[in-house]
Design a protein around this ligand. Structure first.
Ligand code: KIV
Ligand code: ZN
Length: 497
């Protein structure tokens, strides 16, 4: 048996069924092109009879894509099959994916017929589809809850009718990995003509077992897996492409391979997430924001000593530039020093101790310290003693309160204080500062920026003041924006000669 596992991507069909994830045709072409570059073998481009939009997308994707097989979904209904064949007319390699429910639930309560009638309709659909295309995939909907003996009969019949691929969906995501694996093994051993078709897995994630079930399917003989980018899909989603591809790549013991270019996994994940407005959960395997992030001091130290201590995949392998050491209050000197070095900043032990001290103070106020924070922290080390330094700032403000600020500034070694009111806390503080200095300064520009996003973020303040026709620039950053503003104001004034 071949060791190649074919990747059938259904992001544009099962994935796109998710409410709010609908894409227009241009966006679908963009995703399909990314999937082609990624190396998927089959792209399920849509369900053409379901809407004119889906029909058009299958047509346009068929025109735009060269290498992967383009697949269109149908029910076991003649009209569906005719419309799918029409939509696929421009595909260089085409497949019709037709099928019907085979579980007691579907037979009795959904289709309301008999098991014998299901076999007849399944066979008719496959034969009809073969009139239009050579490559016909049959799905036995809810195969996960179908009786194995009956399922084997259906599969034997559809292969005889011309199916080239037989899809065994765990439509409701109910199967246990062992159970799903045993189902595939049962079909491998009990369908006499199984060598004439490829078995495909199609697992849903209702109980969080989609990837495990897919892998068990492959271990037991399936050679095609139906997956989506980021695992998006109906309800709890489908098996995620990136997980299966990286399991197969990492576990050499499986002796299997795919055609996926893993270096494009991350960018494809981002593209799909952005176009579908579907954020990827932070701890999602392979592509989540934290998938290669280390925040505990012990893990950070371990990764820095030898990446494999805590990483089983090199992030470069999936197109992520580097594993991220998240700097938090739990990070040690080694992690901080590593980040400083990555930023091109080298310090001796004493300076590093000083930066580390500041770092811990900031980390107590702010959950995560980013590169901008680090640059600011390390820059402060070299600012040296200032002729003007803010020593005290106390502000009263709020709704119905008159803003009042008391400011204490060290001027040439001595602390001077002043209190003033204003139309807001910053105006009050700046007025108090003006009382303490002998120079006349005009505020020309005042800009407050959050560095990243959270309410615990550092605020950056840029200030430009004018004194006797010359402009002076001041800057500061602090989690308290009023403090940052006053420090930036003083920083500018201190530069006046
Ligand atoms: O989950 C499922 O059974 C399906 C089929 C239509 C293949 O998506
Ligand atoms: Zn499905």
């Amino acid at each position: 048996m071949s060791n190649k596992v074919l990747i059938f991507d259904t992001t544009l069909r099962d994935g796109e069924q998710v409410p709010g994830c609908q894409l227009n045709t241009i966006e679908k072409i963009q995703v399909a092109q990314a999937l082609e570059a990624l190396g998927v073998d089959v792209i399920e481009a849509g369900f053409p009879i379901s809407s004119p939009g889906d029909f058009r997308s299958v047509v346009e994707i068929s025109k735009a894509i060269t290498n992967p097989v383009i697949c269109a979904l149908t029910r076991a209904v003649k009209k569906d099959i005719e419309v799918a064949a029409d939509a696929l007319q421009f595909a260089k390699r085409k497949r019709i994916h037709t099928g019907i429910g085979t579980s007691p639930y579907h037979i009795q309560y959904k289709i309301r017929t008999t098991p014998e009638e299901i076999v007849r309709r399944a066979v008719d659909a496959v034969k009809y589809a073969r009139k239009f295309v050579d490559d016909v995939e049959f799905y036995a909907e809810d195969a996960g809850r179908s009786d194995n003996e009956y399922l084997a009969k259906v599969i034997e019949a559809v292969i005889k009718a011309g199916a080239t691929v037989v899809n065994i969906p765990d439509t409701t995501g109910y199967c246990l990995p062992e159970e799903y694996g045993a189902k595939i093994r049962y079909l491998m051993e009990n369908v006499p003509n199984i060598d004439k078709a490829v078995i495909s897995t199609h697992c849903h994630n209702d109980l969080g077992m989609a990837t495990a079930n897919t892998i068990m399917g492959v271990i037991n003989g399936a050679r095609q897996v139906e997956v989506t980018i980021n695992g998006i899909g109906e309800r709890a989603g489908n098996t995620s492409l990136e997980e299966v591809a990286m399991i197969i790549k990492s576990h050499h013991d499986l002796g299997l391979e795919t055609n996926i270019n893993s270096k494009l996994i991350y960018s494809t994940s981002r593209l799909v997430s952005t176009l579908m407005s579907m954020p990827v959960q932070a701890n999602k395997a392979i592509v989540g924001r934290n998938a290669f992030a280390h925040s505990s001091g012990i893990h950070q130290d371990g990764v820095l000593k030898h990446r494999e201590n805590y990483e089983i995949i090199d992030p470069h392998e999936v197109g992520i530039r580097e594993s991220s050491i998240i700097l938090t209050a739990r990070s040690g000197r080694a992690a901080l020093n590593h980040r400083l070095e990555l930023l091109g900043l080298k310090f001796g032990k004493e300076e590093l101790d000083d930066i580390y001290h500041r770092f811990l103070l900031l980390a107590d106020k702010k959950k995560e310290i980013n590169d901008e924070d680090i640059r600011i922290l390390s820059g402060e080390v070299f600012k040296g003693e200032k002729s003007l330094k803010l020593e005290l700032l106390q502000v009263t403000c709020g709704r119905s309160a008159i803003p009042v600020a008391t400011v204490g500034i060290r001027i040439n070694g001595e602390v001077h204080t002043s209190t003033a009111s204003g139309n807001g806390p910053i105006d009050a503080s700046f007025t108090a500062v003006r009382h303490l200095i002998s120079k006349t300064v005009h505020l020309e520009e005042f800009l407050i920026q959050a560095i990243t996003k959270g309410s615990d973020d550092l605020g950056k303040v840029h200030i430009q003041v004018e004194h006797e026709g010359r402009t002076y620039y001041g800057f500061s950053a602090n989690t308290d924006i009023i403090t940052a503003s006053v420090e930036a104001f003083i920083d500018a004034i201190a530069k006046i000669k």
